[in-house]
Design a protein around this ligand. Structure first.
Ligand code: NAG
Ligand code: NAG
Ligand code: NAG
Ligand code: NAG
Length: 477
């Protein structure tokens, strides 16, 4: 038998899977000649069958033990093994060194460094250890990488920096034969006078009041207050909050991990203020208060609490890796149009969950089932983020160098309506230059940056097969 030009190994799961396949086919693999847990497959190239050897074995029938200190790879956690001239370290001769991925250490990269160990999160933030990084989940109104900043500016309803033209409402109540106008521009905290608040029209079944911040802001809370009209208290007892980037698509606020709209408890009399925090904070340009239960009428005075975006990093500084490599972006957040399976074998599926920058292993990238321009890989960032760039990388499939040399980027806020990143001058879809080999990082910047929850990479040109490892750059805002 001709010796295959490459060494193939497989895991035990493949073995079990394929044994059944082979015996059903009744072919050269009917009697498994592959030793040491090797898997027999047929129909590949000119050989009647080949053996996919388990880790640590090689040769036509997997009867050879892989040799060399780096084979099989003694380094754990995607560490790479380098053979070196034998050197003495203490009493031990070393023939190899493990180069560990960030966040791992030890001679064999076996120790996952706990990046939360020295408690980097301030103000009650919850720390989560990532590969080579950590993330803090900050309780409102704290923000920043370490929850070190308070996002609690009063945004200008009471102070007046939010002007009349920025405030609108579904309807307005006119009192005393139409002479009193309880307009939205009156909905300012502690507003005084006889007519001193916004009230929706009595017939309005779906009332709302909206503030246009004129740019994207981070909102961490709202202070509400009722009013009294003709000697009676009127106020909003319960309300929801919706927000929008563009004034078209609105998303109703939900608490972290909740599937139902958050209902905020509002006021209980005509004059006291009630403060509610948004947890997580809302990033938006338009914010809409939607009364759910009103006492007598939906009457409101209010203030918004929040801060400018990017308080913790200037605009140039917004280029942190968003978590493909560190796994802050979890497997569940990654999807794709399809996935390729080398030789149709499940164990060698090039899942979108493998598309993490610098991932190691035999199948260590995403690759789609077909090679055409309909394929895509998608990241759901789970909250609207500011995206400033992307790093792409190819990979090898059993020795074959594969990469994407040209791609487009699309983004969406709801996962349904997509925009493609455009050339600034010509308004045609922007084609990003991709990779030229199996390993080099290629970085592209988004100029200008964009805000999105969902990002898609659409391969446009490729070498051999569409194959991608990716990191997204940006910041939380
Ligand atoms: C492995 O098997 C081949 C034939 O399949 C044989 O020629 C070779 O000597 C064997 N090697 C060892 C180390 O057993
Ligand atoms: C409204 O609030 C003020 C101050 O708390 C209180 O003195 C007044 O009685 C209230 N008016 C009504 C109608 O409840
Ligand atoms: C890509 O390939 C799939 C499967 O063959 C096919 O359904 C799809 O129409 C193709 N798209 C393009 C743009 O060729
Ligand atoms: C793939 O990338 C590695 C690491 O950069 C490099 O050493 C190797 O030569 C590349 N393989 C091929 C076939 O180009």
């Amino acid at each position: 038998m001709k010796r295959p030009g490459y060494v193939i190994t497989a895991t035990l799961t493949t073995l079990t899977l394929l044994l059944c396949l082979c015996s059903v086919r009744g072919d050269f693999c009917e009697v498994n000649v592959c030793l040491n847990g090797g898997t027999c497959v047929t129909g590949i190239g000119e050989d009647p069958f080949i053996c996919i050897c388990d880790d640590g074995f090689a040769g036509d029938t997997c009867n050879l033990t892989e040799t060399g200190p780096c084979s099989p790879n003694p380094c754990k956690n995607d560490g790479s093994c380098d053979i070196i001239t034998p050197t003495r370290r203490g009493d031990v001769f070393n023939e190899y060194v493990c180069k560990c991925q960030p966040g791992f250490e030890g001679a064999h990269c076996q120790i996952n460094v706990n990046d939360c160990a020295n408690q980097p999160c301030k103000n009650g933030g919850k720390c989560r250890d990532l590969d080579g990084d950590y993330t803090c989940q900050c309780p409102s109104p704290y923000v920043g990488k370490q929850c070190q900043l308070r996002c609690t500016s009063l945004l200008g309803m009471e102070g007046g920096s939010i002007v009349e033209s920025q405030i609108s409402a579904s309807s307005v109540h006119y009192g005393i034969m139409g002479l009193q106008r309880w307009g939205p521009d009156l909905a300012r905290l502690n507003n005084q006078g006889i007519v001193n608040a916004w009230t929706s029209a009595a017939h309005d079944r779906n009332p709302w009041i909206e503030i246009d911040m004129q740019k994207k802001m981070r909102l961490t809370g709202i202070i509400t207050q009722g009013a009294s009209r003709m000697g009676t208290s009127e106020y909003i007892k319960a309300f929801k909050v919706a927000s929008s980037f563009d004034g078209n698509l609105y998303i109703t606020h939900r608490a972290d991990g909740q599937r139902r709209d958050k209902v905020f408890i509002g006021n209980a009399d005509n004059d006291s203020t009630k403060t509610n925090l948004f947890d997580p904070p809302i990033v938006a340009q338009y914010i809409r208060i939607i009364p759910v239960v009103c006492r007598r009428a939906c009457t409101l005075r209010m203030e918004l609490v929040g801060c400018e975006l990017n308080v913790h990093s200037n605009t140039v500084g917004c280029s942190e890796p968003l978590g493909m490599k560190s796994r802050l972006i979890s497997d569940g957040q990654l999807t794709a149009s399809s996935s390729y399976r080398t030789w149709g074998i499940d164990t060698f599926t090039w899942h979108p969950q493998f598309a993490r920058l610098d991932k190691q292993g035999k199948t260590n990238a995403w690759s789609p089932a077909h090679n055409n321009r309909s394929e895509w890989i998608q990241v759901d960032l789970e909250k609207t983020s500011r995206l400033t760039g992307i790093i792409t990388q190819g990979a090898k499939d059993f020795g074959v160098v594969q990469f994407v040399s040209m791609f487009k980027v699309a983004y969406s806020n709801d996962g349904e309506f997509w925009s493609t990143v455009k050339e600034e001058k010509t308004d045609s879809d922007k084609l990003f230059q991709g990779n030229i080999d199996n390993n080099t990082h290629k970085k592209n910047l988004f100029e200008p940056p964009f805000y999105a929850r969902y990002v898609r990479v659409v391969p446009w040109e490729w070498h051999e097969r569409i194959t991608l490892r990716v990191e997204l750059l940006g910041c939380d805002d």
